[in-house]
Design a protein around this ligand. Structure first.
Ligand SMILES: *Cc1c(COP(=O)(O)O)cnc(C)c1O
Length: 494
Protein backbone atom coordinates (compact mmCIF):
# COMPACT_ATOMS: atom_id res chain seq x y z
CA UNK A 1 0.00 0.00 0.00
CA UNK A 2 1.47 3.32 -1.11
CA UNK A 3 0.40 5.68 1.70
CA UNK A 4 1.11 9.38 1.84
CA UNK A 5 2.66 11.28 4.71
CA UNK A 6 2.80 14.94 5.77
CA UNK A 7 5.83 17.19 5.30
CA UNK A 8 5.41 18.33 8.91
CA UNK A 9 4.72 14.98 10.62
CA UNK A 10 6.29 11.93 9.03
CA UNK A 11 4.37 9.42 11.16
CA UNK A 12 1.19 10.44 9.34
CA UNK A 13 0.06 7.80 6.81
CA UNK A 14 -3.11 8.35 4.78
CA UNK A 15 -4.68 6.87 1.69
CA UNK A 16 -4.26 9.02 -1.44
CA UNK A 17 -8.05 9.46 -1.68
CA UNK A 18 -8.08 11.07 1.76
CA UNK A 19 -5.07 13.26 0.93
CA UNK A 20 -6.66 14.48 -2.30
CA UNK A 21 -10.00 15.24 -0.64
CA UNK A 22 -8.50 17.27 2.18
CA UNK A 23 -5.86 18.99 0.06
CA UNK A 24 -3.68 20.02 3.00
CA UNK A 25 -2.72 17.96 6.09
CA UNK A 26 -4.31 18.91 9.45
CA UNK A 27 -0.87 19.98 10.74
CA UNK A 28 -0.63 22.51 7.89
CA UNK A 29 1.85 20.34 5.99
CA UNK A 30 1.57 18.99 2.46
CA UNK A 31 0.88 15.37 1.63
CA UNK A 32 3.52 13.49 -0.32
CA UNK A 33 4.86 10.01 -1.01
CA UNK A 34 7.74 8.97 1.25
CA UNK A 35 9.31 6.96 -1.50
CA UNK A 36 9.15 7.55 -5.20
CA UNK A 37 8.45 4.53 -7.41
CA UNK A 38 10.60 3.72 -10.47
CA UNK A 39 9.35 4.19 -14.00
CA UNK A 40 10.37 2.36 -17.15
CA UNK A 41 10.61 4.52 -20.26
CA UNK A 42 10.70 1.57 -22.65
CA UNK A 43 7.26 0.53 -21.48
CA UNK A 44 5.79 3.98 -22.08
CA UNK A 45 7.35 4.87 -25.38
CA UNK A 46 4.35 4.34 -27.66
CA UNK A 47 1.41 4.81 -25.30
CA UNK A 48 -1.25 7.42 -26.07
CA UNK A 49 -0.83 10.41 -23.72
CA UNK A 50 -3.83 9.57 -21.51
CA UNK A 51 -2.63 5.99 -21.10
CA UNK A 52 0.80 7.28 -20.10
CA UNK A 53 -0.87 9.35 -17.38
CA UNK A 54 -2.82 6.27 -16.27
CA UNK A 55 0.40 4.26 -15.97
CA UNK A 56 2.20 6.93 -13.97
CA UNK A 57 -0.72 7.53 -11.62
CA UNK A 58 -0.98 3.81 -11.00
CA UNK A 59 2.53 3.86 -9.52
CA UNK A 60 1.23 6.13 -6.75
CA UNK A 61 -2.51 5.59 -6.42
CA UNK A 62 -2.99 1.91 -5.67
CA UNK A 63 -6.53 2.33 -4.37
CA UNK A 64 -7.52 2.10 -8.05
CA UNK A 65 -6.51 -0.29 -10.80
CA UNK A 66 -4.39 0.90 -13.73
CA UNK A 67 -7.45 0.37 -15.95
CA UNK A 68 -9.61 2.61 -13.75
CA UNK A 69 -6.98 5.34 -13.70
CA UNK A 70 -6.51 5.08 -17.46
CA UNK A 71 -10.25 5.46 -17.94
CA UNK A 72 -10.23 8.64 -15.84
CA UNK A 73 -7.25 9.96 -17.77
CA UNK A 74 -8.90 9.26 -21.11
CA UNK A 75 -11.93 11.27 -20.02
CA UNK A 76 -9.73 14.13 -18.81
CA UNK A 77 -7.42 14.33 -21.82
CA UNK A 78 -9.95 13.67 -24.53
CA UNK A 79 -11.66 16.14 -26.82
CA UNK A 80 -10.80 19.19 -24.69
CA UNK A 81 -7.19 19.10 -25.88
CA UNK A 82 -6.32 20.32 -29.36
CA UNK A 83 -4.43 17.24 -30.49
CA UNK A 84 -4.16 13.58 -29.59
CA UNK A 85 -0.89 13.79 -27.76
CA UNK A 86 -1.97 16.88 -25.73
CA UNK A 87 1.56 18.30 -25.87
CA UNK A 88 3.23 19.82 -28.96
CA UNK A 89 6.92 20.34 -29.59
CA UNK A 90 9.15 22.77 -31.44
CA UNK A 91 12.70 21.61 -32.08
CA UNK A 92 15.59 23.95 -32.86
CA UNK A 93 18.71 21.80 -32.92
CA UNK A 94 19.40 20.98 -29.24
CA UNK A 95 16.84 23.45 -27.95
CA UNK A 96 13.30 22.14 -27.60
CA UNK A 97 10.07 23.78 -26.53
CA UNK A 98 7.41 21.59 -24.97
CA UNK A 99 4.16 23.46 -25.56
CA UNK A 100 1.84 22.76 -22.68
CA UNK A 101 -0.85 25.22 -23.72
CA UNK A 102 -3.10 23.34 -26.13
CA UNK A 103 -5.67 22.46 -23.50
CA UNK A 104 -9.11 24.00 -22.93
CA UNK A 105 -7.86 27.25 -21.28
CA UNK A 106 -4.53 27.69 -23.14
CA UNK A 107 -2.37 27.19 -20.04
CA UNK A 108 -0.28 24.31 -18.78
CA UNK A 109 -2.44 24.13 -15.66
CA UNK A 110 -4.98 22.28 -17.78
CA UNK A 111 -2.75 19.21 -17.57
CA UNK A 112 -3.39 18.94 -13.85
CA UNK A 113 -6.83 20.50 -13.60
CA UNK A 114 -8.43 18.50 -16.38
CA UNK A 115 -7.90 15.33 -14.36
CA UNK A 116 -8.13 16.53 -10.74
CA UNK A 117 -11.96 16.71 -10.74
CA UNK A 118 -12.07 13.08 -11.91
CA UNK A 119 -9.64 12.03 -9.19
CA UNK A 120 -11.65 13.89 -6.56
CA UNK A 121 -14.95 12.38 -7.69
CA UNK A 122 -13.32 8.94 -7.59
CA UNK A 123 -12.00 9.72 -4.10
CA UNK A 124 -15.45 10.77 -2.90
CA UNK A 125 -16.96 7.47 -4.02
CA UNK A 126 -14.00 5.51 -2.63
CA UNK A 127 -14.62 7.01 0.80
CA UNK A 128 -18.44 6.87 0.52
CA UNK A 129 -18.57 10.53 1.40
CA UNK A 130 -22.01 12.07 1.74
CA UNK A 131 -20.51 15.57 1.95
CA UNK A 132 -20.21 17.82 -1.02
CA UNK A 133 -16.72 19.07 -1.69
CA UNK A 134 -16.03 22.79 -1.76
CA UNK A 135 -12.87 23.71 -3.63
CA UNK A 136 -11.25 26.99 -2.56
CA UNK A 137 -8.64 28.27 -4.95
CA UNK A 138 -6.29 31.21 -4.98
CA UNK A 139 -4.99 31.97 -8.43
CA UNK A 140 -2.28 34.07 -10.01
CA UNK A 141 -4.25 33.81 -13.25
CA UNK A 142 -4.15 30.45 -14.96
CA UNK A 143 -5.13 28.08 -12.15
CA UNK A 144 -8.44 29.85 -11.66
CA UNK A 145 -9.70 29.43 -15.19
CA UNK A 146 -8.34 25.92 -15.61
CA UNK A 147 -9.97 24.87 -12.33
CA UNK A 148 -13.31 26.50 -13.15
CA UNK A 149 -13.30 24.76 -16.50
CA UNK A 150 -12.38 21.42 -14.97
CA UNK A 151 -15.05 21.53 -12.26
CA UNK A 152 -17.83 23.22 -14.21
CA UNK A 153 -21.21 21.57 -13.48
CA UNK A 154 -19.62 18.74 -11.48
CA UNK A 155 -22.37 16.96 -9.51
CA UNK A 156 -20.68 16.70 -6.10
CA UNK A 157 -18.11 19.46 -6.13
CA UNK A 158 -18.44 23.27 -5.91
CA UNK A 159 -15.64 25.75 -6.49
CA UNK A 160 -14.87 29.31 -5.33
CA UNK A 161 -11.96 31.11 -7.02
CA UNK A 162 -10.12 34.18 -5.66
CA UNK A 163 -7.80 36.22 -7.85
CA UNK A 164 -5.82 39.43 -7.23
CA UNK A 165 -7.72 42.27 -8.88
CA UNK A 166 -4.61 43.92 -10.32
CA UNK A 167 -2.47 40.83 -10.62
CA UNK A 168 -3.80 38.99 -13.68
CA UNK A 169 -3.82 39.90 -17.37
CA UNK A 170 -7.01 41.35 -18.91
CA UNK A 171 -7.56 38.15 -20.87
CA UNK A 172 -7.04 35.98 -17.78
CA UNK A 173 -9.53 38.14 -15.87
CA UNK A 174 -12.04 37.90 -18.68
CA UNK A 175 -11.64 34.13 -18.90
CA UNK A 176 -12.69 33.88 -15.25
CA UNK A 177 -15.36 36.60 -15.29
CA UNK A 178 -17.20 34.87 -18.12
CA UNK A 179 -17.17 31.37 -16.59
CA UNK A 180 -20.59 29.70 -16.73
CA UNK A 181 -21.64 26.88 -14.39
CA UNK A 182 -24.16 26.28 -11.62
CA UNK A 183 -21.62 25.15 -9.01
CA UNK A 184 -19.11 27.99 -8.88
CA UNK A 185 -18.27 31.61 -8.16
CA UNK A 186 -15.31 33.91 -8.87
CA UNK A 187 -14.19 36.84 -6.69
CA UNK A 188 -11.48 39.45 -7.24
CA UNK A 189 -9.66 40.55 -4.09
CA UNK A 190 -7.86 43.78 -3.27
CA UNK A 191 -4.36 42.42 -2.76
CA UNK A 192 -1.72 40.33 -4.52
CA UNK A 193 -1.50 36.58 -5.10
CA UNK A 194 0.29 35.90 -1.81
CA UNK A 195 -2.56 37.67 0.04
CA UNK A 196 -5.08 35.47 -1.77
CA UNK A 197 -3.08 32.30 -1.15
CA UNK A 198 -2.30 32.93 2.52
CA UNK A 199 -5.94 33.75 3.27
CA UNK A 200 -7.12 30.60 1.54
CA UNK A 201 -4.58 28.61 3.56
CA UNK A 202 -5.91 30.25 6.72
CA UNK A 203 -9.44 29.14 5.92
CA UNK A 204 -8.23 25.55 5.51
CA UNK A 205 -6.61 25.45 8.95
CA UNK A 206 -9.31 27.47 10.80
CA UNK A 207 -11.30 24.82 12.72
CA UNK A 208 -14.28 27.05 13.47
CA UNK A 209 -14.54 28.01 9.82
CA UNK A 210 -14.32 24.36 8.73
CA UNK A 211 -17.10 23.46 11.17
CA UNK A 212 -19.29 26.20 9.77
CA UNK A 213 -18.68 24.87 6.26
CA UNK A 214 -19.49 21.32 7.43
CA UNK A 215 -22.75 22.51 9.00
CA UNK A 216 -23.68 23.76 5.53
CA UNK A 217 -23.09 20.27 4.11
CA UNK A 218 -19.68 20.77 2.55
CA UNK A 219 -16.05 19.83 3.14
CA UNK A 220 -13.18 22.08 2.05
CA UNK A 221 -10.63 20.96 -0.47
CA UNK A 222 -8.00 22.56 -2.64
CA UNK A 223 -7.24 22.63 -6.35
CA UNK A 224 -4.00 24.54 -5.83
CA UNK A 225 -0.77 22.73 -6.45
CA UNK A 226 -0.61 21.92 -2.75
CA UNK A 227 -3.05 19.13 -3.67
CA UNK A 228 -1.07 15.98 -4.43
CA UNK A 229 -3.70 15.04 -7.02
CA UNK A 230 -2.51 17.95 -9.11
CA UNK A 231 1.16 17.29 -8.82
CA UNK A 232 1.31 13.63 -9.87
CA UNK A 233 -0.31 13.97 -13.33
CA UNK A 234 2.31 16.60 -14.19
CA UNK A 235 5.07 14.00 -14.08
CA UNK A 236 3.66 12.56 -17.31
CA UNK A 237 4.66 15.39 -19.63
CA UNK A 238 8.28 15.15 -18.55
CA UNK A 239 8.24 11.50 -19.53
CA UNK A 240 6.45 12.52 -22.72
CA UNK A 241 9.13 15.13 -23.57
CA UNK A 242 11.83 12.58 -23.00
CA UNK A 243 10.25 9.92 -25.18
CA UNK A 244 9.60 12.47 -27.94
CA UNK A 245 13.32 13.28 -28.11
CA UNK A 246 14.08 9.55 -28.21
CA UNK A 247 11.54 8.94 -30.96
CA UNK A 248 12.73 11.85 -33.08
CA UNK A 249 16.27 10.48 -32.86
CA UNK A 250 17.62 13.51 -30.97
CA UNK A 251 18.80 11.31 -28.10
CA UNK A 252 19.27 7.64 -27.27
CA UNK A 253 17.32 6.11 -24.41
CA UNK A 254 19.37 6.70 -21.27
CA UNK A 255 20.99 9.94 -22.44
CA UNK A 256 20.55 12.79 -19.96
CA UNK A 257 18.76 16.03 -20.87
CA UNK A 258 18.03 19.31 -19.07
CA UNK A 259 14.64 20.77 -18.29
CA UNK A 260 14.00 24.48 -17.89
CA UNK A 261 10.88 25.40 -15.95
CA UNK A 262 9.31 28.85 -15.51
CA UNK A 263 8.58 28.66 -11.81
CA UNK A 264 6.15 30.22 -9.37
CA UNK A 265 4.66 27.90 -6.77
CA UNK A 266 7.27 25.22 -7.53
CA UNK A 267 4.71 22.60 -8.55
CA UNK A 268 5.79 22.14 -12.14
CA UNK A 269 9.49 21.84 -11.40
CA UNK A 270 8.78 19.55 -8.45
CA UNK A 271 7.05 17.18 -10.88
CA UNK A 272 10.27 17.27 -12.92
CA UNK A 273 12.26 16.47 -9.79
CA UNK A 274 9.95 13.53 -9.10
CA UNK A 275 10.46 12.32 -12.68
CA UNK A 276 14.21 12.46 -12.13
CA UNK A 277 13.99 10.58 -8.83
CA UNK A 278 11.83 8.00 -10.57
CA UNK A 279 14.63 7.33 -13.02
CA UNK A 280 14.00 9.63 -15.96
CA UNK A 281 17.48 10.59 -17.26
CA UNK A 282 17.50 14.27 -16.34
CA UNK A 283 20.70 16.14 -15.64
CA UNK A 284 19.90 19.69 -14.54
CA UNK A 285 16.57 21.07 -13.39
CA UNK A 286 16.73 24.74 -14.20
CA UNK A 287 14.46 26.89 -12.10
CA UNK A 288 13.60 30.12 -13.92
CA UNK A 289 12.17 33.11 -12.05
CA UNK A 290 11.22 36.63 -13.07
CA UNK A 291 12.38 39.56 -10.91
CA UNK A 292 10.50 38.03 -7.96
CA UNK A 293 13.66 35.99 -7.54
CA UNK A 294 13.20 34.48 -4.08
CA UNK A 295 13.77 30.94 -5.41
CA UNK A 296 16.90 31.91 -7.35
CA UNK A 297 18.44 33.24 -4.18
CA UNK A 298 17.33 30.21 -2.20
CA UNK A 299 18.73 27.63 -4.60
CA UNK A 300 22.00 29.54 -4.90
CA UNK A 301 22.50 30.32 -1.20
CA UNK A 302 20.23 28.14 0.95
CA UNK A 303 18.59 31.27 2.34
CA UNK A 304 14.88 31.79 1.68
CA UNK A 305 13.87 35.38 2.23
CA UNK A 306 10.30 36.44 1.45
CA UNK A 307 10.86 39.80 3.11
CA UNK A 308 11.44 41.68 -0.09
CA UNK A 309 9.68 43.93 -2.56
CA UNK A 310 6.90 42.29 -4.55
CA UNK A 311 6.87 43.11 -8.27
CA UNK A 312 3.97 42.84 -10.66
CA UNK A 313 5.50 41.62 -13.92
CA UNK A 314 4.52 40.60 -17.44
CA UNK A 315 4.75 36.96 -16.29
CA UNK A 316 2.08 37.21 -13.54
CA UNK A 317 1.79 33.49 -12.86
CA UNK A 318 5.31 33.64 -11.43
CA UNK A 319 4.74 36.71 -9.22
CA UNK A 320 5.04 34.73 -6.02
CA UNK A 321 7.14 35.15 -2.89
CA UNK A 322 5.87 32.18 -0.86
CA UNK A 323 6.39 29.18 -3.07
CA UNK A 324 4.24 26.44 -1.50
CA UNK A 325 5.60 23.32 -3.12
CA UNK A 326 9.15 24.05 -2.05
CA UNK A 327 8.08 22.54 1.27
CA UNK A 328 7.82 19.15 -0.40
CA UNK A 329 11.32 19.41 -1.82
CA UNK A 330 12.65 20.43 1.60
CA UNK A 331 11.10 17.31 3.10
CA UNK A 332 12.73 15.00 0.56
CA UNK A 333 16.11 16.71 0.79
CA UNK A 334 16.03 16.75 4.59
CA UNK A 335 15.76 12.95 4.52
CA UNK A 336 12.18 12.82 5.88
CA UNK A 337 13.05 15.05 8.85
CA UNK A 338 9.54 16.46 9.22
CA UNK A 339 10.27 18.18 12.55
CA UNK A 340 12.97 20.18 10.82
CA UNK A 341 10.65 21.09 7.91
CA UNK A 342 7.95 22.13 10.39
CA UNK A 343 10.45 24.40 12.15
CA UNK A 344 11.48 26.00 8.83
CA UNK A 345 7.83 26.63 7.93
CA UNK A 346 7.24 28.10 11.39
CA UNK A 347 10.12 30.52 10.78
CA UNK A 348 8.71 31.40 7.40
CA UNK A 349 5.32 32.17 8.96
CA UNK A 350 6.72 34.35 11.72
CA UNK A 351 9.90 35.88 10.29
CA UNK A 352 9.24 35.48 6.56
CA UNK A 353 12.60 33.78 6.13
CA UNK A 354 14.68 30.71 6.89
CA UNK A 355 18.12 29.30 6.17
CA UNK A 356 18.50 25.57 5.52
CA UNK A 357 21.13 23.15 6.83
CA UNK A 358 24.01 21.62 4.87
CA UNK A 359 22.10 18.40 4.06
CA UNK A 360 19.48 20.36 2.14
CA UNK A 361 22.01 22.66 0.47
CA UNK A 362 23.89 19.59 -0.79
CA UNK A 363 20.66 18.11 -2.19
CA UNK A 364 20.00 21.30 -4.14
CA UNK A 365 22.87 20.44 -6.50
CA UNK A 366 20.40 18.92 -9.02
CA UNK A 367 18.97 22.39 -9.48
CA UNK A 368 20.27 25.52 -11.14
CA UNK A 369 18.46 28.79 -10.70
CA UNK A 370 18.41 32.07 -12.58
CA UNK A 371 16.26 35.17 -12.66
CA UNK A 372 15.16 37.32 -15.57
CA UNK A 373 14.47 41.07 -15.44
CA UNK A 374 11.50 42.56 -17.32
CA UNK A 375 13.69 44.03 -20.01
CA UNK A 376 15.39 40.69 -20.62
CA UNK A 377 11.98 39.00 -20.86
CA UNK A 378 11.08 41.35 -23.72
CA UNK A 379 14.45 40.80 -25.39
CA UNK A 380 14.00 37.04 -25.13
CA UNK A 381 10.61 37.19 -26.87
CA UNK A 382 12.18 39.23 -29.65
CA UNK A 383 15.32 37.08 -29.93
CA UNK A 384 13.32 33.85 -30.22
CA UNK A 385 11.06 35.38 -32.85
CA UNK A 386 13.96 36.84 -34.82
CA UNK A 387 16.01 33.65 -34.65
CA UNK A 388 13.32 31.04 -35.15
CA UNK A 389 10.15 32.88 -36.28
CA UNK A 390 8.61 31.35 -33.18
CA UNK A 391 6.27 33.15 -30.77
CA UNK A 392 6.65 32.57 -27.04
CA UNK A 393 4.78 34.07 -24.10
CA UNK A 394 6.49 36.02 -21.29
CA UNK A 395 6.67 33.02 -18.89
CA UNK A 396 8.38 30.91 -21.52
CA UNK A 397 10.64 33.86 -22.33
CA UNK A 398 11.83 34.00 -18.72
CA UNK A 399 12.80 30.34 -19.03
CA UNK A 400 14.58 30.93 -22.33
CA UNK A 401 16.63 33.78 -20.91
CA UNK A 402 17.53 31.74 -17.82
CA UNK A 403 18.62 28.83 -20.01
CA UNK A 404 20.86 31.17 -21.99
CA UNK A 405 22.46 32.26 -18.73
CA UNK A 406 22.93 28.67 -17.65
CA UNK A 407 24.51 27.66 -20.94
CA UNK A 408 26.84 30.66 -21.01
CA UNK A 409 27.95 29.92 -17.46
CA UNK A 410 28.30 26.13 -17.74
CA UNK A 411 29.17 25.52 -21.39
CA UNK A 412 26.69 22.63 -21.16
CA UNK A 413 25.70 21.52 -24.66
CA UNK A 414 23.25 18.72 -23.82
CA UNK A 415 19.72 18.79 -25.15
CA UNK A 416 17.44 21.09 -23.20
CA UNK A 417 13.66 21.25 -23.06
CA UNK A 418 11.98 24.53 -22.13
CA UNK A 419 8.52 24.08 -20.70
CA UNK A 420 6.31 26.56 -22.61
CA UNK A 421 3.63 27.14 -20.02
CA UNK A 422 1.26 29.61 -21.67
CA UNK A 423 0.13 30.53 -25.16
CA UNK A 424 1.64 33.79 -26.49
CA UNK A 425 -1.91 34.75 -27.48
CA UNK A 426 -2.84 35.03 -23.81
CA UNK A 427 -0.44 37.96 -23.37
CA UNK A 428 -0.81 39.91 -26.62
CA UNK A 429 0.11 43.33 -25.20
CA UNK A 430 3.38 42.14 -23.68
CA UNK A 431 4.30 40.08 -26.72
CA UNK A 432 3.53 42.91 -29.18
CA UNK A 433 5.42 45.36 -27.03
CA UNK A 434 8.44 43.07 -27.01
CA UNK A 435 8.32 42.69 -30.78
CA UNK A 436 7.96 46.43 -31.29
CA UNK A 437 4.54 46.17 -32.90
CA UNK A 438 2.32 47.50 -30.11
CA UNK A 439 -0.38 49.88 -31.25
CA UNK A 440 -2.04 51.72 -28.34
CA UNK A 441 -5.24 52.10 -30.30
CA UNK A 442 -5.71 48.35 -30.60
CA UNK A 443 -7.24 46.21 -27.88
CA UNK A 444 -5.98 42.77 -26.85
CA UNK A 445 -8.18 41.01 -29.36
CA UNK A 446 -6.94 43.09 -32.28
CA UNK A 447 -3.39 42.51 -31.09
CA UNK A 448 -4.01 38.77 -31.18
CA UNK A 449 -4.88 39.06 -34.87
CA UNK A 450 -1.80 41.16 -35.43
CA UNK A 451 0.42 38.53 -33.80
CA UNK A 452 -1.20 35.75 -35.77
CA UNK A 453 -0.50 37.56 -39.03
CA UNK A 454 3.07 38.27 -38.02
CA UNK A 455 3.78 34.65 -37.10
CA UNK A 456 1.73 33.29 -40.01
CA UNK A 457 -0.39 31.26 -37.61
CA UNK A 458 -4.18 31.03 -37.39
CA UNK A 459 -5.49 33.10 -34.44
CA UNK A 460 -7.21 30.68 -32.04
CA UNK A 461 -10.99 31.26 -32.37
CA UNK A 462 -11.20 30.82 -28.59
CA UNK A 463 -10.19 34.44 -27.96
CA UNK A 464 -12.71 35.89 -30.40
CA UNK A 465 -15.45 34.00 -28.61
CA UNK A 466 -14.13 35.10 -25.22
CA UNK A 467 -14.58 38.72 -26.17
CA UNK A 468 -18.26 38.25 -26.87
CA UNK A 469 -19.21 36.25 -23.77
CA UNK A 470 -21.23 38.03 -21.06
CA UNK A 471 -19.48 38.96 -17.78
CA UNK A 472 -20.94 36.83 -14.99
CA UNK A 473 -18.56 37.56 -12.08
CA UNK A 474 -17.52 41.14 -11.40
CA UNK A 475 -17.37 41.40 -7.60
CA UNK A 476 -14.24 42.82 -5.90
CA UNK A 477 -13.83 42.20 -2.15
CA UNK A 478 -11.28 42.88 0.57
CA UNK A 479 -9.14 39.97 1.83
CA UNK A 480 -10.90 40.10 5.25
CA UNK A 481 -14.18 39.39 3.50
CA UNK A 482 -13.01 36.12 1.94
CA UNK A 483 -14.41 33.74 4.62
CA UNK A 484 -17.77 35.53 4.69
CA UNK A 485 -17.95 35.38 0.92
CA UNK A 486 -17.46 31.60 1.03
CA UNK A 487 -20.20 31.17 3.62
CA UNK A 488 -22.55 33.43 1.65
CA UNK A 489 -21.91 31.36 -1.45
CA UNK A 490 -22.65 28.10 0.39
CA UNK A 491 -25.89 29.55 1.81
CA UNK A 492 -26.93 30.57 -1.68
CA UNK A 493 -26.44 26.94 -2.76
CA UNK A 494 -28.47 25.24 -0.04
C1 LIG B 1 1.33 28.55 -12.86
C2 LIG B 1 2.22 28.97 -13.95
C3 LIG B 1 3.61 28.93 -13.82
C4 LIG B 1 4.27 28.50 -12.53
O1 LIG B 1 4.10 27.14 -12.27
P1 LIG B 1 4.33 26.57 -10.80
O2 LIG B 1 3.94 25.15 -10.88
O3 LIG B 1 3.42 27.38 -9.90
O4 LIG B 1 5.76 26.79 -10.47
C5 LIG B 1 4.38 29.29 -14.90
N1 LIG B 1 3.83 29.71 -16.06
C6 LIG B 1 2.50 29.79 -16.22
C7 LIG B 1 1.95 30.28 -17.50
C8 LIG B 1 1.65 29.41 -15.18
O5 LIG B 1 0.33 29.48 -15.36
Amino acid sequence: MNLLTSTRQSDVAVQPSEAMLSGIAPDGGLYLPKQLPKLSIEKYIDLPYADLVGQILSLFLDEWSTEQLTTLARRAYGAAFANDNCTQYQHFDKLHFCELYHGPTFAFKDFALAILPHLLSASLSKRNSAQRLLILTATSGDTGKAALQGFQDNDNIDIVVFYPNDGVSPIQARQMQTQPGNNLTVLAIEGNFDDAQSNVKKMFTDTAFNDQVLSLGAQLSSANSINIGRLLPQIAYYVDSYRQLCKSGSIDIGEAINFVVPTGNFGNILAAYYAKQMGLPIDKLICASNCNDVLTEFINTGSYNAKRAFYTTMSPSMDILISSNLERLLYHLAGDDSAYVASLMQQLATEKRFVVNATITAGLADFKAYACAEDDTKKAIKAVFDNYRYLIDPHTAVAYHCYQQYQAESGDSQHGVIMATASPFKFPTSVCQSLGCLDDKQDDYQLIDRLATLAELPAPPYFKTLRELPLLHEKVIKTEQMPTAVIDYLRSRS
